[in-house]
Ligand binder design. Structure first.
Ligand SMILES: Cc1cc2nc3c(=O)[nH]c(=O)nc-3n(C[C@H](O)[C@H](O)[C@H](O)COP(=O)(O)OP(=O)(O)OC[C@H]3O[C@@H](n4cnc5c(N)ncnc54)[C@H](O)[C@@H]3O)c2cc1C
Length: 432
């Protein structure tokens, strides 16, 4: 079993972006990918909406993204993750081969899988004329009549790719209107070899050893269309939630629900890209999600480590939950962080910089550095602030509210008594 700070699951655009940022930040991170690094875009012909590249094949873009992340030191392992569970403040990541790893945080970027039509013949002829990937299989159908099923961007993009091989291409869609971008509609539907079949429902896929026809129902009548390849693009089903042993919030369609920082309801678990509930299932949004997720995860891990050092005997699960609720605040040199006599409502841990506790006459009682904490005396004793603390340098502090502080110190008797002993020592030093 290896321990990582961060585990990224899925090596598509979202995972590779999270991995790039994690590697550049020198995080102890790893990316697990079950198939091939690059994700869904490996199966896409031309990408024309990735800013900076007017037109690039999906494969080329995937390779560039992977090479970029690896050049900055991202560790990638081609292994499938089976299940994830929480234990204390760690996530246990069980691999398909049975081995387990642990991490403080996990970013789930596993995308999804194509939705099936669910008609007779679809399963039987899968791989023998039925396909969900034109780029993978299109070349096997040179000079044949084909059908593409669907009316969205994927169906039209893949349809365009299939026109390189098809003698005739039937575009079968259940409505007369398409959801595909106008530019894709103009290109595909303007081609002579393309025939539209709408509004039509596929009823059956049939043939002998391989596909030979589809039956469609149009205006109440069933028609048989001879085709030798059926390419199905009728939607997408996210798979992220199936990785979790415990409940993870998802919407009615199974997409993982996150907040603005890509946090799911499980502390330390983030979701990004196509597996997350978001409007646009695009490369641009996948990489944006992933950037937010990894930057927040980095902060969460640092804060959790500080919280663990400060409360070594507290219940780890409570620490993880409450770390999700802390904030970080920056102070400039000389700025007051807490003032003697103020209400004691927050607890502080220094993340970066130096702060000083001062007496009324300005004498420095103690200097607080990275990892040191303050503010506990008033919270434990139920009194007002007993000293003033000011930033000495640019200082970043982790700020925990009273409810979080109390939940942590009451999570274990030892955690509370240790902190009380320390507070008493500090009171002596402050001559209180
Ligand atoms: C036909 C088609 C054409 C498209 N064209 C465009 C386009 O032109 N422009 C555009 O912006 N978007 C396009 N998209 C959408 C784009 O591909 C996705 O939005 C993007 O790939 C999402 O990235 P992702 O990283 O979230 O997921 P994915 O790319 O789906 O990557 C998920 C990765 O996770 C891996 N994985 C899954 N389960 C596990 C597991 N248990 N353990 C380890 N790894 C796992 C998968 O193998 C996969 O590599 C297209 C999609 C399709 C299907």
């Amino acid at each position: 079993m290896a321990h990582f700070d961060l585990v990224i699951i899925g090596g598509g655009p979202a995972g590779l972006t999270a991995g790039l940022y994690a590697a550049r930040a020198n995080m102890n991170a790893i990316l697990f990918e079950s198939k091939g690094v690059g994700g869904e875009i490996l199966n896409t012909d031309l990408i024309e909406d990735w800013p900076g590249e007017q037109s690039i094949t999906g494969r080329a873009l995937a390779e560039k993204m992977a090479e970029h992340a690896e050049r900055f030191g991202l560790k990638i392992e081609l292994k499938a993750v089976d299940k994830i569970r929480s234990e204390g403040d760690r996530k246990i990541i069980r691999m398909a081969d049975g081995t387990e790893h642990t991490a403080y945080a996990v970013i789930v970027t596993v995308g999804g899988e194509p939705i099936k039509l669910g008609v007779p013949g679809e399963e039987k002829f899968h791989g023998r004329g039925v396909s969900y990937c034109a780029v993978c299989d299109g070349a096997f159908f040179k000079g044949l009549d084909l059908a593409v099923i669907g009316g969205g961007d994927s169906a039209f993009q893949e349809g365009l790719f299939l026109t390189r091989f098809a003698k005739k291409l039937h575009v079968v869609h259940r409505r007369n209107e398409y959801r595909a971008q106008a530019i894709l509609q103009d290109r595909l539907l303007g081609m002579e070899k393309v025939k539209t079949v709408t509004p039509a429902h596929v009823k059956e896929i049939g043939g002998d050893a391989d596909v030979k026809w589809i039956d469609i129902e149009r205006n109440g009548k069933v028609e048989r269309i001879p085709v030798e390849g059926v390419f199905i693009f009728v939607g997408f089903k996210p798979v992220g939630r199936h990785l979790f042993e415990e409940h993870i919030d998802h919407d009615d369609n199974g997409y993982l629900i996150t907040d603005q920082y890509m946090r799911t309801n499980i502390p330390g678990v983030y979701a990004a890209g196509d597996t997350r509930a978001q409007l646009a299932k695009q490369i641009t949004t996948a990489v944006g999600d992933a950037t937010t997720a990894v930057l927040h995860a980095e902060r969460y891990i640092e804060e959790l480590k500080h919280a663990e050092k400060t409360f070594p005997k507290a219940e780890p699960r409570v620490l993880a939950e409450e770390t999700e609720r802390v904030r970080t605040i920056r102070y400039v040199p000389g700025e007051t962080i807490i003032k003697k006599g103020d209400v004691s409502d927050r607890f502080f841990i220094v993340l970066h910089g130096e702060a000083v506790a001062v007496r009324d006459d300005g004498t420095v009682v103690t200097t607080l550095e990275n990892g040191d904490h303050f503010g506990e005396i008033g919270l434990l004793k139920g009194t007002a602030r007993s000293a003033t603390v000011k930033a000495k340098t640019d200082t970043e502090v982790l700020v925990m509210d009273r409810a979080s502080f109390e939940r942590i110190v009451t999570s274990s008797a030892a955690a509370r008594s240790d902190l009380e002993a320390e507070a008493n020592e500090r009171m002596k030093a402050l001559q209180l």
